[in-house]
Design a protein around this ligand. Sequence first.
Ligand code: M6R
Length: 612
Amino acid sequence: MCGVVGYIGSKEAAPILIDGLQRLEYRGYDSAGIAVLNGGKIVSDKEMGRLANLEKLLAKAPLAGSCGIGHTRWATHGAPSQLNSHPHFSSDGAIAVVHNGIIENYAELRNELAAKGHRFLSETDTETVPHLIEQELKEGAASPIEAVQRALKKLRGAYALGILFRDAPDTVYCARLGSPLIIGLGEKENFIASDVPAIINRISKAIYLNDGEMAVLRADSVEVCTIEGEAVEPEVKEISFKAEDAEHAGFETFMLKEIHEQPRVLRALLEKHVSADGTIEIGSGLSPDYFRKLRRIMIVSCGTAYHAGMYGKLLLENLTGIAVETDLASEFRYRDPKIDPGTLVIPVSQSGETADTLASIRMAKDWGCKIFSICNVEGSSVVRESDATFFTNCGPEIGVASTKAYTAQQMAFALFALYIAGVRGNLTPEQVKDYLDDLHEVPDAVHYVIQKKEEIRVIGEKHHDGPSSLYLGRKFNFPTALEGALKNKEISYQHAEGYAAGEMKHGPIALISEALPVICICTKTADEVYEKMLSNIKEVEARNGRIIAVATEGDTEIPKLAGDIIYVPEVRDEFTPMVNVVALQLLAYYAARARGTDIDKPRNLAKSVTVE
Ligand code: M6R
């Protein structure tokens, strides 16, 4: 989604804005622009495509000034074009605005403003904002801040706004409703940004604006108030990660770096949540008695986090006997799920800013439910709107395709399920300890799979060229099949479908031919699922499908059937998805590399989907 940055201090603003926008590139964008206050006027440049195009423009004719705002646009209203790029301006050019979010009533406002003589240059919803502020000044607002407040009260929708006034030198205004915005605090300089990584190299403290708040930034002060004008004492937070965490660290892409970080992330979660005597601490703030009485859990999330939720459901049902449902947040929010206040709702989100997940939380709160989220980003909206949060603590995930956040979400569910099973007596302390011993083997098993990346690269390159691929799995690894297919389509643009293998005969078997790579997740399990999976593979083989299997080291059956095999170490059934998915992340990665796609910033995708 769009990225917003802003700067006020004594340095040149343009290079700082460009650097910040580069660090937000992972959010996805199609054009970029900046505006800088320069000796009594606002100067601006915008360009289509990559930031490098804007940089070229600035190299030829630099924009001088030490106060500015910048933006990367991910088109929603109006095609990607220079005219639709931000910043947008008031009629007199005295107000510049950058915006992330959607102004839902923009058409109505635009008509009203047009009737009052405003001319619009773009097709965007955003352009109404500077015109509306301009109109408020004309109609008597006594100051820029009053004009902004009056304008904001007329907007419906979501926004993170950065605003410059020609007549308010050395000042950046910003406001937030429904789209994330943080204020970075420096030494005699201050920043705004959609996300911490944009400015992590410049600050160590930040204010996370709440919905309905705005701020006025000068080099040596930040004043926060509500859009009603009530002063707010902001909470200043230390940023818990370092600039290096948001760097490539020698890897060719962020995605590859993040795949490699998984063993460390998983180990750290185990260290943080399991004490030496085997006690699990999940920090839900809910009493053991609450969990003993709990009858229903509802998990809501989107994309990869939804697949983690599917895994969580299987595990929780299996280990705790609690009825668990999982749903896509975008579906959940528009159905009538018959949730009672006794249901524990678990939103899962890497970014903590996904619009549908947030809407689901708000609905569940209205129904009186407790919200225990699984989230990666401290200070994010999901965290702030939850009663308690299990932090996945992965550090910033920059690659658009989620990898380390996924396995960390799975680990969170594993720990949560074991904790509840222990509290409710579904498992004896000895059984919980057995499970935990096995769970501690997962980080090494993941590391082992990553060490096989060259073998996986060869397989990925061999099968990258077809139009389509099919991913099959069962039980705990049905979500793995869905996630493997999602990774593949996201970054390699090859059509990929994930299916429950038992469903194959109900349709997808018609697709099978020698041209179709079928990725079969068939690691050894103690129950009948392995045998069933073998039967499915035989059905694919009988129709000359190209079988790529993810199998357990030492398996003697799979080599009789599969053309290519990725061997993974044996771990307990319930935990195989955390290991198997890493093989599929790498498979997708190398297929994408062979197809020459932009792996960290796949076309049309945004890292954090802050609009519906
Ligand atoms: O930040 P969230 O976890 O809430 O994001 C949910 C999805 O948008 C996200 O997982 C998306 O599907 C990723 N691109 C998957 O790789």
